[in-house]
Design a protein around this ligand. Structure first.
Ligand SMILES: NC(=O)c1ccc[n+]([C@@H]2O[C@H](COP(=O)([O-])OP(=O)(O)OC[C@H]3O[C@@H](n4cnc5c(N)ncnc54)[C@H](O)[C@@H]3O)[C@@H](O)[C@H]2O)c1
Length: 348
């Protein structure tokens, strides 16, 4: 079976395999890494209905003894109750240190599966099989795992790298268009922060999925290899996210993550010229509109500012914002939160 492989060198070295229809070969991809072992597949109700039995058949035909745990689809499932329930399931199934978890789904399943694997028996291996565009280009790569708690999204988690990522782009054919579009916001983000050529190709809609997914993963891999634990350059991946998270929170998560990131990228692009950087706001807005994003913010500068004050990226009285210097080149810009308030008031 033909597929593209991207290797990651982080605290754990692993391959990301990308291609159309490659799920059928998952057993052959797993066996050199894990050998003979038991596998616990974590998935959600939507993915299970579409591909659950196919996945279990592929694993069985490769000789794997696999069990399956299904959580309800949706962000609400990325919670402490499901973490404990899945850990309990692993114990009941008597998984041992040499066995592994397979996270088969979008970012919710990936984050919960990864965190569970990092905790069970103080750490068992896990495999990411992303099924959304967002999970493929973002959450399945780089080893950030998390659950949400009532005090906030992604507040409890770990850095824990997978042992393999198997990214079958055909699985994304069944994605509802709004969920596919959410992933497109992250793809546009990669073009904006680090690759003008990728950005240019995105003017062709639909883009070449295999090529674009592979390029985004390469960009994320390069950033993660430089800064696995998110103390520096990895912050660039948050372009649009600082303001996007504020918008998600203000909307009580009624605005989807991708749409919030799209709005957030436009705010950042409008701030950039006020900091002596370039003005790409019109160009970026035009591309986002082509993808069907609503880029109007919907909130006032003061509302955004107040929501930002609880951002995880805030350090003391300063906040890091990511601003474009050009299409394909963003920079981390550290500024006092008060200064950001003034800038927000000017652009909104
Ligand atoms: N760990 C990281 O680095 C990282 C990075 C970005 C986002 N995230 C997290 O990822 C999550 C968002 O990920 P997401 O957008 O994939 O959400 P998701 O996992 O909730 O998936 C979105 C929806 O798509 C459905 N779905 C998944 N695959 C499908 C398919 N192939 N066909 C049809 N429907 C399918 C799901 O059931 C769900 O309803 C958030 O919790 C976010 O915090 C993590």
């Amino acid at each position: 079976m033909q597929y593209n492989t991207i290797s990651v060198k982080a605290t754990r070295e692993y391959d990301i395999c990308i291609g159309r229809g490659i799920l059928a070969g998952i057993g052959d991809m797993i066996s050199p890494i894990l050998g003979k072992c038991r596998l616990a597949v974590l998935t959600d109700s939507n993915v299970d209905a579409l591909y659950g039995s196919t996945m279990m058949e592929y694993l069985a035909s490769a000789g794997y003894d696999a069990c399956k745990y299904v959580i309800p689809a949706g962000e609400a499932s990325k919670c402490a109750e499901n973490l404990l329930a899945f850990l309990t399931f692993l114990a009941q199934e008597q998984l041992t240190r040499s066995d592994a978890v397979v996270a088969f789904g979008g970012g919710v399943v990936g984050d919960l599966g990864g965190l569970s694997a990092s905790l069970y028996l103080r750490g068992v291996k896990y495999i990411q099989v992303p099924t959304t565009l967002l999970a493929a280009v973002d959450s399945s790569v780089g080893g950030k795992t998390a659950i949400d708690i009532p005090a906030g999204k992604n507040l409890v988690g770990s850095f824990y790298q997978p042992s393999l990522v198997c990214c079958d782009t055909a699985l994304m054919d069944s994605l509802p268009s709004d969920i596919y579009r959410d992933g497109c916001a992250e793809v546009i983000k990669y073009g904006m922060i680090l690759d003008a050529r990728l950005y240019d190709t995105l003017h062709t809609i639909p883009f070449d999925r295999e090529a674009v997914v592979a390029r985004c993963i390469e960009i994320k891999r390069d950033v993660v290899q430089q800064d696995e634990f998110d103390n520096g350059v990895r912050g660039l991946l948050n372009f649009g996210h600082t303001f996007g998270h504020a918008i998600e929170k203000l909307s009580d998560f009624g605005v989807s993550h991708g749409e919030a990131v799209a709005k957030g990228m436009v705010i950042a692009a409008r701030i950039a010229p006020l900091c002596g950087l370039c003005d790409v706001a019109d160009e970026l807005s035009a591309l986002l509109l082509q993808y069907g994003f609503d880029i109007t913010c919907g909130y006032s500068a003061n509302e955004i500012y107040n929501a930002l004050l609880s951002d995880k990226k805030r350090r003391g009285g300063n906040i890091s914002v990511i601003l474009p210097r050009a299409i394909g080149e963003c920079v981390l810009y550290d500024m006092p939160v008060e200064e950001l308030k003034g800038l927000l008031q000017k652009v909104m």
